[in-house]
Write a protein of this length. Structure first.
Length: 379
């Protein structure tokens, strides 16, 4: 099966389906293609794994949001997109989903009590220059770590968990209903197959304790607000030897006083005087790498945009192609002028009136015709 099939299509649900609808759809498909129900059928196993992969992503709010925004690329390497190596991974991760199926394989991994640790999420804020060049950040994370006193067993040192008397260590109990038998998780040990008679005093029998750890994250150049990094295995410790969860880092890039960002492109609005726009000028414009010499051509119009290739931000995924810098010219009109400036401007206005009047008359004649006659305003 191709891992690029749409996850909503695989489960046969709408993109706005609720968590309950997604779980119900997965149970139906998992029951149909369960390996114990289709012995020796590799096609059924592939379908079973494909549905489990889809459910792994769509049942997790964080993964589902990334998938909805970026597609398969957004969940690549984070548990989705082929994150299950064998069937035991599926039975371990979704043991509760298979309750009531009555298949022996549903409990393969649950007897050990091992469960994956929870994934965590944090947020990092950087400025635009850091986003352009890449940077590192220290993360201070509070998470559950394996208890040093009991080494994760949950039992007081010197004691050991005992076999559950309710299920005999199987983690499952069988209930008969007429001709049918149903397997469910043991209510006494919750599927572990063992109970703790003398719990560890430091973790109260949970096998884990809260601690603060410091980790360093490398933020790639070109990253943008709303993107997310995944640090595999930096979430909470698993239960009874289960794998660690992941740590998701949400990125926020602060706005910049000189640049506006549009993907990998940057926009810089450069103010110039009327005389510079008319006569042309040599300007120094800012870039993220320093100043750049820029020639303003004579007669440049307000709002005109010049594209300077390669002066934007790099692609955060490939690091190859850089975006462009867009220079937008804005002609500034002073609110106040000196006496000499006003004198020169009035002289210029007289010259403009004599030189431009024919064009202005032509314009107002068109206005007059548009409105069907009336007084002709030439001022």
């Amino acid at each position: 099966m191709s891992s690029q099939r749409d996850y909503y299509e695989i489960l046969g649900v709408a993109r706005d389906a609720s968590a309950a609808e997604i779980k119900k759809a997965y149970r139906k498909i998992a029951l149909k293609y369960h390996p114990d129900r289709n012995p020796g059928d590799e096609e059924a196993v592939a379908r079973f794994k494909e549905a489990s992969e889809a459910f792994d992503v769509l049942s997790d709010e964080t993964k589902r949001a990334r998938y909805d925004r970026y597609g398969h690329a957004g969940v690549s390497g984070s548990g989705g997109a082929g994150g299950f190596h064998d069937l035991n991974d599926i039975f371990s991760g979704f043991g509760d989903i298979f309750e009531g199926f009555g298949f022996a394989s549903s409990g393969r991994s649950s007897r050990s009590g091992a469960r994956r640790g929870a994934s965590l999420q944090t947020r990092v804020e950087i400025d635009l220059v850091e986003a352009a060049t890449g940077c590192t950040r220290e993360l201070h994370i509070s998470r559950r770590e394996t208890c040093d006193t009991c080494d994760g067993s949950g039992a007081r040192p010197g004691s050991r968990p005992v076999t559950c008397s309710t299920c005999g260590g199987h983690g499952r109990v069988v209930r008969s209903q007429g001709f049918f038998q149903m397997q469910t998780t043991c209510p006494a040990c919750r599927g572990d197959g063992q109970t703790i008679a003398d719990p560890c005093p430091d973790c109260s029998g949970s096998g884990r304790q809260m601690r603060e750890v410091v980790r360093e994250v490398k933020i790639p150049a070109g990253i943008d607000s709303g993107m997310q990094l995944c640090l595999r295995g930096e979430g909470e410790a698993g239960v009874k030897g289960g794998p660690r969860g992941d740590l998701y880092v949400d990125i926020e890039v602060r706005s910049h006083p000189l640049f506006e960002r549009d993907g990998q492109d940057l926009l810089c609005r450069v103010p110039v005087t009327y005389s510079q726009a008319v006569l042309g000028a040599e300007l120094h414009i800012p870039t993220l790498n320093g100043r750049l010499d820029f020639t303003l051509e004579p007669g440049t119009q307000p709002g005109s945009v010049t594209r300077i290739p390669g002066k934007g931000l790099p692609d955060p995924r490939s690091g190859d192609r850089r975006g462009d810098l867009l220079v937008e010219i804005q002609v500034e009109v002073p609110r106040k002028v000196s006496g000499r400036q006003e004198e020169l401007l009035r002289e210029l206005a007289e010259l403009e009136a004599a030189d431009v009047m024919p064009h202005r008359k032509s314009f107002f004649e068109q206005v007059k015709e548009f409105f069907g006659g009336g007084e002709d305003h030439d001022e």
